[in-house]
Write a protein of this length. Structure first.
Length: 264
């Protein structure tokens, strides 16, 4: 019988709110099963770029990562934010250890290739990118890995990588060794029929239903990467996948009532 593991992804809105982050990490630290945390970046990198006069270029909501921006996001994501989360978890008696993908060759990426756009130092990953043998050893040592969204190519390059995708491929890679539950925690109650109505939670979404909602323009663009990665996970043997409100983590772990479940 496989051991249960939670892979939990948190994003910018939570990271930017110190009080909410502390409350979330209280709930995270109380999870008795094995667990991994994956975090995004928040506004800090954008604010610091403005202060330093580093121009930020976005195309279709995606950041172009030139060398200056890479240095900045590495410092903020893999440095300040990652270590802040690890320190808070240690304070809560959760034996966390922080990583970028370069540490221990844990996540190896390939530079994104696009026919029209050079995204710069942006890396793409899949389930084979994850060093599941070493991640499994860390888990067996009762450590709690905390991953930033910085990866590498083992050729001397670091990459900025989508944190939603890292969580998905981590879940896929570990599904052969563990019973994996992937949770995307964000600032909505789940997938909403009406983005302005928090009561309009869709309790479950399949790949077919996702395509229909997308075609009808019913989904806010911010939720699309989460849903695409969630569906990729459930199609690749991840046991359970949910999108939940970050304040509902404890309720979900105990009752499995919160948010939207992704199904085949």
């Amino acid at each position: 019988m496989k051991n249960k593991i939670y892979i939990i992804k948190i994003g910018g809105a939570l990271i930017d709110d110190e009080r909410l982050l502390d409350q979330f990490l209280d709930q995270f630290s109380e999870i008795k099963e094995k667990k991994i945390l994956v975090h995004g970046g928040g506004k800090l990198a954008t604010e610091l770029a403005a202060k330093l006069g580093i121009e930020q270029k976005m195309i279709n909501g995606r950041r172009i990562t030139d060398k200056e921006t890479l240095d900045l996001v590495t410092m903020v994501y893999a440095g300040g934010i990652n270590k802040n989360i690890v320190e808070k978890l240690q304070h809560k008696n959760c034996n966390a250890i922080g990583f970028s993908g370069a540490d221990g060759n844990l996540i190896k990426a390939k530079k994104r290739v696009h026919p029209e756009i050079d995204f710069g130092f942006v890396g793409d990953v899949n389930k084979k990118s994850v060093n599941k043998k070493l991640v499994s050893k860390l888990i067996k040592l009762d450590l709690v890995p905390v991953f930033s969204a910085i990866t590498h190519d083992k050729k001397g390059n670091l990459f900025n990588t989508n944190a939603d995708t890292i969580a998905s491929v981590m879940a896929q890679a570990l599904s052969s060794k563990f019973e994996v539950e992937l949770l995307y925690c964000f600032d909505k109650e789940g997938v909403l029929e009406d983005v302005n109505n928090p009561e309009s939670v869709i309790k479950s979404v399949s790949e077919k239903e996702f395509s229909e909602l997308k075609e009808k323009g019913k989904l806010h663009k911010g939720i699309l990467p989460k849903l695409e990665n969630a569906i990729g996970a459930i199609k690749n043997n991840v046991n359970k996948v949910f999108l939940i409100k970050e304040t509902e983590l404890k309720n979900h772990i105990e009752n499995h009532h919160a948010g939207t479940e992704i199904c085949l």
